[in-house]
Design a protein around this ligand. Structure first.
Ligand code: IMP
Length: 428
């Protein structure tokens, strides 16, 4: 199997950036297939820290990188991110980056709408405020501006009129200033040449790559429980984040996903609002947040923290077809005397082995825990299984049993090389 799809198996922030960076060494092409610059991928290479939100992590390794049609693209942000990592010594040229010409754009009006809604909502979603949801709404509403439209002034003018016919009354209702069509056209035309330099039929290039037997690494953003269908709706993002989207969001056939690697944190975190059965509001929760440096890459918000939820990850294994997991941040648990793992839930006297779909049910679930001994030794930076304390090995083995998937990789620090490989996803 030549391809690997990396997805977050919880609520995002599982440490995908590091693993994708590590795996991209073995890949020929790295592809983003959903989401936008709401993602935050941190890559630590030696003394250099790269923070990417939209660019595929492969750019840092100089691998051909593709932003697929399933991604929503803020053109100004894209150019800023390219300039930022350019200043760190990574030059992103059209030879290195392909932007799908059929990807939809995020415009300033999407960001306005996202932020105005969050500011006025009685029940906030806790979005990143970057316009992701409104951009996807316009995509399915068939009024979005796509990358290719930037090359066609006439089409662009007509599309702007159509878009504003929808947004003007919305903006009026929210007390936002009206948008001038000519000004919007001028702004888009100003950015068009730089963006179009990267624009190509990404699906065509990717199909050629696959036919040539080269290895594709799909880089998911967010996490399976933030999936618009399968997540804790409506407290989700606006795209499908599950592995199956890798094919549709890049223009390849369904079999393209290959080995699905779920990235799983050794405990659970979540940013934004929504149900979180194993959330801890105590000293252990604070330990996880502080030791794990649980602050959002994109918004800087403190993440909510809790025990490992095996029921949730078991569900993720099923939804994504996860073949193996990469377990991250085990070292954050170092020094905790006792650890708890959630094995299922109880609600109104009934047991659940999965997260029921109803929002009320999800927020009232009582987690069922089993306890395990912790370990005093440091696991940070361990480079082999033998360096781990016996209780840590037991914890990892129990996780494997409960979620029904093996640990393929164990990440023991943010550094690229602190990774223990049990099996090579590209070889499986
Ligand atoms: P949006 O994607 O900005 O619309 O935000 C919707 C929800 O997804 C919020 O709860 C965000 O905190 C969450 N979210 C979006 N992107 C990420 C991410 O990369 N990591 C973790 N949570 C995210």
């Amino acid at each position: 199997m030549a391809n690997v799809t990396v997805i977050g198996a919880q609520w995002g922030d599982e440490g995908k950036g590091k693993l994708v960076d590590w795996l991209s060494n073995r890949a020929d092409v790295v592809v983003r297939f959903q989401g936008g610059h709401n993602a935050g991928h941190t890559l630590v290479v030696g003394n250099e820290v790269y923070k990417l939100s939209l660019l595929p992590s492969g750019v840092v390794q100089g691998k051909l990188s593709v932003i697929g049609n399933g991604v929503v693209v803020d053109p100004w942000h894209l150019l800023e991110e390219i300039a930022k990592i350019g200043a760190q010594g990574v030059q992103v040229t059209p030879d290195l980056l392909i932007l799908a010409d059929n990807a939809c754009l995020i415009l300033p009006l999407h960001k306005d709408l996202d932020q105005a809604r969050e500011a006025t909502a009685v029940k906030k979603i806790g979005t990143t405020g970057r316009g992701i949801g409104p951009a996807y709404e316009d995509k399915v509403g068939r009024r979005a501006i796509r990358v290719a439209d930037l090359a066609d002034r006439e089409a662009l003018e007509a599309k702007i009129d159509r878009l504003l016919a929808h947004h003007t009354p919305l903006r009026r209702g929210l007390g936002l200033p009206e948008i001038d069509a000519a000004a919007m056209l001028a702004e888009l035309e100003a950015v068009a040449p730089q963006i179009l330099a990267f624009a190509k039929p990404a699906w065509l290039h990717l199909n050629e790559v696959v036919r040539a037997g080269r290895r594709v690494l799909f880089e998911g953003a967010q996490g399976a429980l933030l999936d618009v269908d399968h997540g804790t709706y409506p407290y989700v993002t606006s795209s499908n984040t599950v592995a199956g989207q890798a094919a549709a969001g890049s223009g390849l056939g369904a079999k393209a996903t290959g080995y699905v690697l779920g990235i799983v944190k050794a405990y659970t975190t979540r940013v934004g609002e929504g149900p979180f059965p194993t959330e801890l509001d105590d000293a252990v929760g604070q330990h996880l947040g502080t030791v794990g440096k649980e602050f959002g890459t994109v918004t800087g918000r403190a993440r909510r923290c809790g025990w490992f939820d095996a029921a949730l990850v078991r569900q993720s294994v099923a939804l994504n077809g996860i073949a193996g997991i990469a377990l991250t941040k085990l070292d954050v648990l170092d020094g905790l005397e006792t650890l708890k793992i959630c094995t299922g839930y109880r609600l109104d006297g009934q047991d659940y082995a999965y997260l029921p779909a109803g929002l009320k049910a999800q927020s009232q679930l009582e987690p069922v825990y089993e306890e395990m001994d912790g370990w005093r030794e440091s696991t940070q930076g361990a480079r082999s299984w033998r360096e781990l304390p016996a209780s840590a090995v037991k914890y990892v083995r129990r996780i494997e049993e409960l979620i029904g998937a093996p640990v393929a990789l164990l990440s023991t620090s943010p550094q690229r090389d602190d990774t223990i490989m049990m099996r090579d996803p590209f070889a499986d």
